[in-house]
Write a protein that binds this ligand. Structure first.
Ligand SMILES: [Zn+2]
Length: 299
């Protein structure tokens, strides 16, 4: 009787240990892979095993920098916002750092002077489309217009055409990447998010929208500091809470021995290096096929 009870409790103990190991393992995999989607994806682990998880040349898709260098890059999406872009630029300038800003065409039109300042101070400006629509919901000709219109506004603001693209919400189809590559772009993903976005912000942020961010500069800084690893691309947003989080983030990363680079610099550190033209000139009229070949990979 007693031994029966004992073997039952032994079985339960073994089951509990197995459950803890499984759950712990899943958490570890999730952290290691940068999300549950990747952790459960055979394609992700295949790419990772063969060292393809950093950059996909066939579609010019940059997913993360080399782990061999203790470098990270800062990307700021959705600006330029009058309420925060200048403060972000000041924070970068104070530390002698440069970042990559993925700007939205309609906002570039409202504040071209901020985009000019970004470039003048040595930062990079990437294309985040004209209207911040989800590209996977649009016909390909509209995707092209979204990218081109934003590029035109950037060129008018600072005299340069962008070479980097980040699709809004990282929502895209295979043909989006192929189209972008054909237009001279490298598409840039991200690995560490600070959850600092305003869900429905557009144009100038109102005090109500700022209140809606529901997070503090300290929390934003801590989320990045706790989760960053060498080679990662940090996603932040051009908003006042993030602007105020920067000094703490820069100090902590510096203390941890990190160097802050631009997307272009991180691409050049890959093996083999990816060198992009930071100021591409599109000569003549590009022609595009009606249908796009599929490539087999996760997106
Ligand atoms: Zn965005």
């Amino acid at each position: 009787m007693n031994s029966g009870k004992k073997s039952k409790s032994n079985k339960l103990a073994i089951l509990a240990v197995v459950a803890i190991v499984l759950v712990g393992g899943l958490f570890w995999l999730r952290k290691e892979a940068g999300g549950i989607h990747n952790a459960l994806s055979v394609a992700y682990w295949y790419d990772r095993f063969f060292g393809l998880e950093t950059y996909k040349p066939e579609v010019a898709y940059f997913m993360r920098g080399s782990r061999k260098h203790r470098d990270v890059c800062f990307t700021f999406d959705d600006g330029p916002h009058e309420s925060s872009a200048a403060e972000i630029l000041d924070a970068l300038k104070n530390e002698g750092l440069h970042a990559t800003f993925f700007v939205v065409g309609i906002r570039v039109k409202q504040h071209p002077e901020l985009v000019k300042r970004m470039i003048d101070e040595g930062n990079e400006v990437g294309n985040h489309t004209q209207d911040h629509l989800r590209l996977d919901t649009l016909p390909i000709k509209n995707v092209r217009a979204e990218i081109e219109n934003c590029a035109t506004n950037i060129e008018r603001a600072c005299g340069r055409r962008p070479a980097l693209l980040r699709p809004p919400g990282m929502r895209f189809k295979h043909d989006t990447l192929l189209l972008a590559k054909r237009m001279g772009y490298t598409t840039v993903g991200w690995n560490v998010g600070a959850k600092d976005f305003v869900p429905k912000a557009s144009g100038q942020l109102t005090p109500e929208e700022i209140a809606e961010i529901h997070t503090t500069p300290d929390e934003v800084a801590q989320r990045v500091i706790d989760n960053v690893k060498p080679g990662e691309i940090i996603l932040l947003h051009d908003n006042p809470v993030t602007a105020r989080a920067l000094p703490k983030m820069f100090a902590a990363l510096k203390k941890d021995g990190y160097q802050i680079k631009t997307v272009t610099q991180m691409l050049a550190e890959l093996d083999p290096p990816v060198i992009i033209d930071p100021d591409p000139v599109y000569k003549g009229k590009l022609t595009f096929p009606k249908s796009w070949p599929k490539y087999s990979s996760k997106t």
